[in-house]
Write a protein that binds this ligand. Structure first.
Ligand SMILES: *Cc1c(COP(=O)(O)O)cnc(C)c1O
Length: 355
């Protein structure tokens, strides 16, 4: 196993830092100076190193490219009020990476390696963590199969990598979503609970169809009956009806979002009513018809809270109450921001401070 002391560091000679306009950062297009890489071979992770961010050289027969044996994570680092670099619940991401990996026959990354790699990378690229409101350093850990082999079997070799990018807001406006009752994202017994590469490729086509009708994203329903709400795009989804927060339970078709878990924890502690149970499309449709949906939003690391402005059910489009009037979304977003920035106490041990 690789301890942090064994991580070799090669610093860039050409920092791109001064080329970045931190007041105007597009999502996911600007990459920080360094990346972490470790290789898996002969049954162990080795050669942990931080190197200048650069292209990889891969065989055209690299198995991940053909068969998608590849998993990823997404998390964020922030600057707190004291100027420390903090990361929100990274251990939960390390654990989920390994749950995803298990499903895809990928060897686990020891949590200690994940945390050490993250710590060293963030320490080195600390200047890349933006300071402005609504900005963060997005962190992308991933593991993929690297055998040069086009037979189908679990690879013997892998790469575990982490790169980072400073980001602004993921969605710049509230989203229009369509309840999808034809295509499915995940099936019982499938890979929906894993952050496995192929899940996202399979979701592109249905989303593209909806985009032609003016929607930004889909609300997925269960693959079998299409009667139950599952997720919204690549986010968990919540509704507020009768002052009660409604969200579907996680399982093999619904990914266990860390933002979802954090929102539910904080909501409960602050006296909000929560119902975590299967949600029927019919029930949401009824509530929309009767103007009873007070709020609807997606939860996920990229956007934290993505307010939903309009929901399409069949041919009907229902407008939701103005985003400015949404008490819960505003409250929870501010509380999460305060915990991350250190203005509110971190009662749950969610904040990891880079050492
Ligand atoms: C990543 C992801 C989420 C959100 O998870 P967070 O841990 O909150 O970022 C929800 N659903 C899907 C399908 C995802 O890929």
């Amino acid at each position: 196993m690789i301890a942090s002391l064994d991580i070799k560091i090669e610093k860039t000679k050409n920092s791109k830092l001064n080329q970045v306009d931190f007041d105007n950062i597009p999502f996911g297009k600007v990459y920080s100076d360094h990346m972490f890489v470790a290789d898996y071979a002969d049954g162990e992770w080795k050669d942990g190193r931080i190197a200048p961010y650069e292209n990889l050289s891969l065989s055209p027969a690299t198995s991940a490219i053909h068969y998608g044996q590849s998993v990823f994570e997404g998390l964020k680092a922030y600057k707190n009020v004291d100027g420390d670099i903090v990361v929100f619940r990274p251990q939960a991401n390390a654990q989920r990476l390994n749950r995803s990996s298990e499903r895809m026959c990928i060897p686990p990354v020891p949590e200690e390696l994940f945390m050490n790699a993250l710590n060293e990378l963030l320490k080195l690229d600390a200047a890349w963590v933006p300071n402005n409101p609504n900005t963060a350093l997005y962190i992308r850990p991933f593991v993929f199969a690297t055998d040069e082999f086009i037979g189908i079997r679990p690879s013997d070799t892998y790469k575990f990598m982490i790169f980072t990018c400073p980001v602004g807001a993921y969605y710049t406006e509230p989203v229009n979503v369509k309840i999808e009752t034809n295509y499915a994202r995940a099936v019982a017994g499938g890979t929906g609970y894993a952050k496995a590469a192929g899940n996202y490729a399979g979701a592109l086509y249905p989303a593209k169809q909806a985009q032609k009708d003016g929607y930004h994203q889909l609300i997925w329903t269960d693959a079998k009956s299409h009667e139950y709400i599952e997720e919204s795009g690549t986010m968990n989804v919540m509704f507020i009806i009768n002052d009660t927060i409604l969200t579907a339970p996680t399982g093999d078709t619904i990914l266990k979002g860390i933002t979802r878990d954090s929102v539910l924890h904080l909501a409960k502690e602050n006296g909000y009513k929560i119902e975590e149970r299967p949600i029927k499309v019919k029930e949401i449709e009824e509530a929309l018809k009767n103007n009873q949906v007070q709020e609807a939003f997606g939860t996920g690391t990229a956007a934290t809270i993505a307010p939903i402005r309009l929901i399409g059910v069949g041919d009907q489009k229902y407008q939701l109450p103005a985003v400015e009037d949404r008490k819960f979304s505003k409250f929870i977003l501010a509380l999460l921001d305060d915990i991350k920035s250190g203005k509110a106490e971190d009662k749950h041990g969610w904040i990891y401070k880079v050492k």
